[in-house]
Design a binder for this molecule. Structure first.
Ligand SMILES: C[S@@+](CC[C@H](N)C(=O)[O-])C[C@H]1O[C@@H](n2cnc3c(N)ncnc32)[C@H](O)[C@@H]1O
Length: 274
């Protein structure tokens, strides 16, 4: 399908709209990429000008739903089971101690894509005999990714770091498709949450740990800082925020304390009076 021309002023308008709605940043160097992706949606919706399509997104009553669909096509869902697994192991050990001490920890995977990350954590908690003792929320901005997560639909690439013993115990591979055990899928509460939406995040309550891995990289610093503040507000005192291995919060001057545990960085909300 040929692309519609995305002139610099319209690029700026569209990139700004997308960033305000999702946090995802497109710089001038991404103009061709955005042109291709937006053209597909604009042509599907019957537009032959990207400026007219922008006006539709911005002002038509159907614009917000169309913007969600556009963003569905822009987000990167790259994820796999047991990705950077050590961080999840260290967290699972912590959580197991809390459950055995009689607490019910609340955990949130805040950009879970198609669910491989929360399902990996669920497997680790099950291994430790404490899965029933936690509340595990998994969310993403993408409804399509969440629908796949809920149905346990994963592709073979998501198995590339799978340790021995998981297949057969927690999932089966049938006709080249992995199928996660239904009780594991049911142990996770799936919900659509946009990380830039303060009101929705405030409704979720507070958590002992929030995972927000491999998503802040798509945001500019001021958005990443704002999202970090919202997630900090969603932590109980002493609760932890975990980000991806290539993401550091230290350059934002975060209110969280950084501690290294077994080679994994935990950002911890200070306890009151500490
Ligand atoms: C690369 S995946 C990371 C998945 C998983 N956390 C991991 O580390 O494997 C990034 C995810 O962030 C989601 N995302 C992007 N912007 C978001 C936003 N504003 N709110 C919530 N999720 C967002 C995307 O839909 C995508 O599923």
């Amino acid at each position: 399908m040929p692309s519609l021309p995305l002139l610099p002023p319209v690029f700026t308008l569209l990139a700004d709209l997308i960033e305000r709605h999702s946090g995802i940043h497109y710089g001038l160097g991404d103009r061709e990429l955005l042109e291709d992706k937006v053209s597909i949606r604009a042509l599907e919706a019957g537009f032959d000008s990207l400026f007219d399509y922008y006006l539709f997104l911005r002002h038509d009553p159907k614009g917000p739903a169309a913007l969600d669909t556009l963003i569905e096509g822009l987000v990167v869902h790259e994820t796999y089971f047991f990705r950077d697994a050590l961080a999840l192991e260290v967290l699972a050990d912590d959580v197991a101690l809390a459950v055995r001490a009689g607490r019910r920890p609340r955990l949130w995977c805040a950009a879970c894509s198609t669910g491989e990350e929360p399902l990996t954590l669920a497997m680790m908690l099950h291994e430790r005999g404490v899965l029933d003792g936690v509340y595990l929320l998994a969310s993403d901005i993408s409804q399509r990714a969440l629908d796949r997560a809920r149905r346990g639909e994963h592709n073979l690439r998501s198995l590339r770091a799978l340790p021995p013993g998981v297949e057969g115990r927690y999932m089966d591979v049938v006709d080249g498709k992995p199928h996660v055990r239904s009780d594991l899928l049911a142990s996770v509460t799936w919900r659509r949450v946009n990380l830039t939406d303060a009101a929705t995040i405030a409704e979720l309550g507070t958590f002992d740990a929030v995972l927000c891995r491999n998503v802040l990289i798509y945001f500019q610093d001021d958005t990443a800082r704002r999202v970090t503040e919202l997630l900090t507000g969603a932590l109980v005192p002493g609760g932890h925020l975990l980000v991806g291995t290539s993401e550091s919060l230290l350059r934002f001057g975060t209110a969280l304390e950084c501690e290294e545990r077994r080679g994994v960085f935990f950002y911890t909300r200070p306890k009151e009076g500490a």
